[in-house]
Design a protein around this ligand. Structure first.
Ligand SMILES: O=c1ccn([C@H]2C[C@H](O)[C@@H](COP(=O)(O)OP(=O)(O)OP(=O)(O)O)O2)c(=O)[nH]1
Length: 149
């Protein structure tokens, strides 16, 4: 398979002694985000895990934060499904954080440096909304299983 590899530049500010993120393999779609602090997530509770990184994503893009596949094995999920880091979230205190939920009934420890999530940048169009007539002749197709299982 062949395709031209797009690449964009993303500014990153490392708080403290954090390293610049990197791709783990040449073909990795996302780079990992590591915890910047030790913490214990209580059973059934949410925690915001600091990454020690501030990203300056180009306008018209956002940084998507998702779980690493291995995260549920350690009792955690990324609670907001997909974290959206906006291009205007780039001030000195605008640190990327990972919102995790401990879905187990035991405490889960996170150690500074643990790679808990991954991130990638996507282009997103700005939408200009146009009002639609209530009935534009299209008809409703139904959903939520209307085509069968
Ligand atoms: O998983 C996430 C999600 C968001 N953010 C940061 C970047 C994002 O730009 C900002 C606001 O996120 P969002 O708009 O999703 O949050 P909100 O709940 O709508 O709050 P706000 O009123 O701050 O927009 O928080 C993270 O660091 N991690």
């Amino acid at each position: 398979m062949d395709s031209t590899n797009d690449s964009i530049t993303v500014g990153v500010r490392c708080l403290g002694d954090r390293d610049i993120p990197r791709y783990q393999t040449p073909g990795a779609a996302a780079f990992d985000l590591a915890a910047a602090a030790d913490l214990v997530v209580a059973p059934g509770q949410l925690a915001l895990v600091p990454t020690g990184l501030v990203f300056a994503v180009p306008d018209g893009h956002f940084l998507a934060i998702v779980a690493r596949s291995s995260l549920p094995r350690r009792g955690l999920i990324v609670a907001n499904g997909l974290g959206v880091l906006d291009s205007d979230y780039r001030g000195p205190a605008d640190e990327a954080r990972v919102l995790v939920l401990n879905y187990t009934d035991a405490p889960v420890s996170i150690t500074r440096g643990d790679r808990i999530a991954q991130a990638f940048v996507l282009k997103v169009p700005r939408v200009a909304f146009v009002p639609l007539a209530h009935d534009d002749g299209q008809g409703s197709r139904g959903g939520f299983g209307s085509t069968g299982t």
